[in-house]
Design a protein around this ligand. Structure first.
Ligand code: CP3
Length: 340
């Protein structure tokens, strides 16, 4: 399977490609189900979550599936309630701002708290057999903490940064609890049949390298140490173009690079011992198909002949993306990389 070979930096016949957020609202067959069920209901119904996981694979020649779930799902079992508001994204019921707010938080027990996810992975693996591997995922500790402390999406991450600066002990205790939960959540997915893992650090790019190194990276490192060897692990550090040498020390097999760097420069900073995933700007997929190919060719050229490149977007696919453009992208990656 090309994707797993590339994770191990072994040569492949064509560059593997998958798309972050490949199961979602840009697909009419997703929206047809979503019209009847809430997003959380979809996640908690294994038959539905498995179906939605497989939808993009029926349309496109993707090299991996990613299980339909969310980085926030473990929070509920930990006693951190949240809900989704339409257009506004996730909202945390009681954001953590001080030591006393940690009192109600408990350890995640995947069998008790996310049995639906385990069942979804079982169903998807049965369907996929050995066609393409299945990726499980979690949020990285800082990205999860940013939701728990900010209470939702943030423009400036002022609340979590202020917690770091003013009460580092409470921040550290929260990060340790989240790190333990992330480890349990990832290992449960591997036990259920996930063949690779991705850690999404979507908001870590809002930290200075100084704070990243002290207040985010050590927890990522500890998570990776504890899952290492169970499945190849991709660490997607969004917005981290200014601190890639630090990102490389997290210990992942693969680093996911956003679109703000040239892939060859990013790879030079990460070092040859790491596989690289990325990094097409997702907005390219909104434009005409003719605009896609030169950008795919450029990224493949920058990856060069080195083994260990997994093609992906530099962040999640946007809901307004025409599905035909995703098809064009996937086919172009295979065609151009096989020919070179
Ligand atoms: O990649 C996939 O196809 C698997 C499914 C997946 C979802 N969320 C489903 C989802 C994955 C990998 C995620 C990860 C995720 N969730 C991240 C990291 C990736 C990134 O984009 O940086 C983050 C930050 C979240 C938290 C989250 N979940 C937000 C901020 C939102 C609301 C914004 C939005 O995109 O709608 C969600 C909801 C969500 N998660 C949806 C889906 C398909 C949309 C739900 C709907 O249909 O309304």
């Amino acid at each position: 399977m090309r994707f797993l070979e590339a994770c191990a930096r072994r040569p492949v016949d064509a560059t593997p490609v998958w798309v972050m957020r490949q199961a979602g609202r840009y697909l009419p067959e997703y929206r047809a189900i979503r019209d009847k069920l809430s997003f959380i209901e979809m996640c908690k119904r294994p038959d539905v979550a498995a179906e939605v996981t497989l939808q993009p694979l029926r349309r496109f020649d993707l090299d991996a599936a990613i299980v339909f779930a969310d980085i926030l799902l473990p929070l509920e079992g930990m006693g951190i309630g949240f809900h989704f508001v339409s257009e506004g994204g996730p909202v945390i019921d009681k954001p953590v701002r001080a030591a006393a707010d940690l009192a109600g938080i408990r350890a995640l027990d995947p069998a008790r708290d996310v049995p639906y996810l385990i069942e979804t992975i079982n169903l998807v693996r049965r369907e996929l057999a050995d066609s393409v591997p299945l990726i499980g995922f979690a949020g990285a500790p800082f990205t999860l903490a940013s939701y728990v402390v900010e209470g939702g999406h943030s423009k400036d991450y002022a609340a979590i940064k202020t917690l770091i600066y003013s009460d580092p002990d409470t921040f550290d205790r929260l990060m340790r609890m989240l790190s333990d939960a992330v480890v349990a959540y990832l290992l449960a997915q591997v036990d259920a049949g996930a063949q690779a893992l991705q850690l999404f650090d979507s908001w870590v790019g809002w930290l200075s390298p100084y704070d990243y190194e002290r207040h985010a990276l050590p927890y990522v490192r500890s998570v990776i140490e504890r899952v290492k060897g169970r499945a190849p692990l991709i660490y997607f550090a969004n917005g981290a173009a200014g601190m890639l040498p630090l990102v490389a020390t997290a210990g992942s097999d693969v680093v996911g690079v956003d679109w703000r760097s040239d892939l060859d420069r990013a790879w030079a900073e990460l070092g040859d011992g790491i596989a690289v995933q990325g990094n097409l700007d997702p907005v390219v997929l909104l434009g005409p198909a003719a605009a896609i190919e030169p950008r795919v060719a450029d990224i493949l050229h920058r990856a060069g002949a080195r083994p260990g490149h997994i093609f992906n977007l530099g962040h999640g696919v946007l809901p307004s993306t025409p599905p035909d453009n995703v098809k064009y992208l996937v086919d172009a990656v295979h065609r151009l990389s096989a020919a070179s």
